[in-house]
Design a protein around this ligand. Structure first.
Ligand SMILES: Nc1ncnc2c1ncn2[C@@H]1O[C@H](COP(=O)(O)OP(=O)(O)O)[C@@H](O)[C@H]1O
Ligand SMILES: [Mg+2]
Length: 241
């Protein structure tokens, strides 16, 4: 079994009276694509926020590469190799694709030529090589989603956390996005944590899936285990299932 890259132990996050994530335990193994799924409001984005340093957990512990990183800032986490995208995007729409991608490489690369090479390589991976000088806001939706991934991937993280990267993509764009994710994993040995509502895509690309429901872990296993799990089916379809 491969090495544990990130371990979340009993993490909880409270917002006032609401327990958005509750005693959640999970591991992310080096080199895998791990899916995190669950109905709206299940706590997926909160989990992203907690492991990437946007929110401190109310309780629990997070280790990354064997070190306790609980409560570290996002900058500290990205320096250690954990980078995430946002569900609702974080593009600077008036800026060029090149300058948007550059945001992701600022910390890691001081040399101008190395930065340019990194930008071109990143754009190529995500199908944006011909669009470097266009403004981000002028791109079609699918390319804007790819640009969000490019910004995160440009830092060459060890763990890339993608929050609903496939939302609103058509079939062609979806195929391109899945191919790009596979290349990011296979060619750069990047571990990927994927949140998405497109079950077919998640089942296709993930080796393992963790299911959250009302902030708690409901199930964990291979795509086949999850697809056939009665608790999961009930959580998604309600009791009439
Ligand atoms: N910053 C916040 N303040 C208050 N409540 C929040 C905040 N972020 C998330 N929540 C609540 O926590 C629960 C889980 O939300 P979220 O993690 O966004 O779910 P998901 O991404 O699975 O749809 C929801 O009830 C949501 O309203
Ligand atoms: Mg969410």
């Amino acid at each position: 079994m491969s090495e544990i890259l990130l371990r979340a132990e009993n993490i909880s996050r409270r917002f006032g009276g609401l327990l958005a994530v509750s005693d959640f335990n999970f591991d992310i193994r080096a080199g895998e694509v791990l899916g995190l799924i669950g109905p709206n409001g299940a706590g997926k984005s909160t989990t992203f926020n907690v492991i990437s340093g946007y929110y401190k957990p109310s309780s629990g512990r997070i280790t990354f590469l064997g070190r306790d990183v609980t409560g570290l800032s996002t900058v500290a986490m990205s320096r250690r190799g954990l980078v995430r995208t946002f569900q609702h995007g974080s593009l600077l729409k008036g800026m060029t694709v090149r300058d948007n991608i550059l945001m992701g490489a600022l910390y890691s690369l001081r040399d101008r030529h190395a930065r340019e090479r990194r930008i071109v390589e990143t754009a190529e991976m995500l199908g944006l090589a011909d669009m470097l000088d266009l403004t981000a806001g002028s791109l079609p939706h699918g390319h804007q989603r790819m640009l969000s991934i490019a910004i995160a991937f440009c830092a060459r993280p060890k763990l890339l956390c993608l929050d609903e990267p496939l939302a609103g993509l058509n079939n062609t764009e979806m195929g391109a996005a899945l191919t790009a994710m596979r290349r990011i994993r296979d060619e750069f040995n990047t571990t990927i944590l994927l949140v998405d509502h497109n079950m077919r895509a998640v089942m296709q690309i993930c080796e393992r899936i963790v299911v959250l429901n009302h902030g708690r872990k409901l199930a964990e296993g291979t795509p086949a285990d999850i697809r056939n799990n009665p608790d999961v089916i009930r959580a998604y379809l309600g009791d009439e299932a």
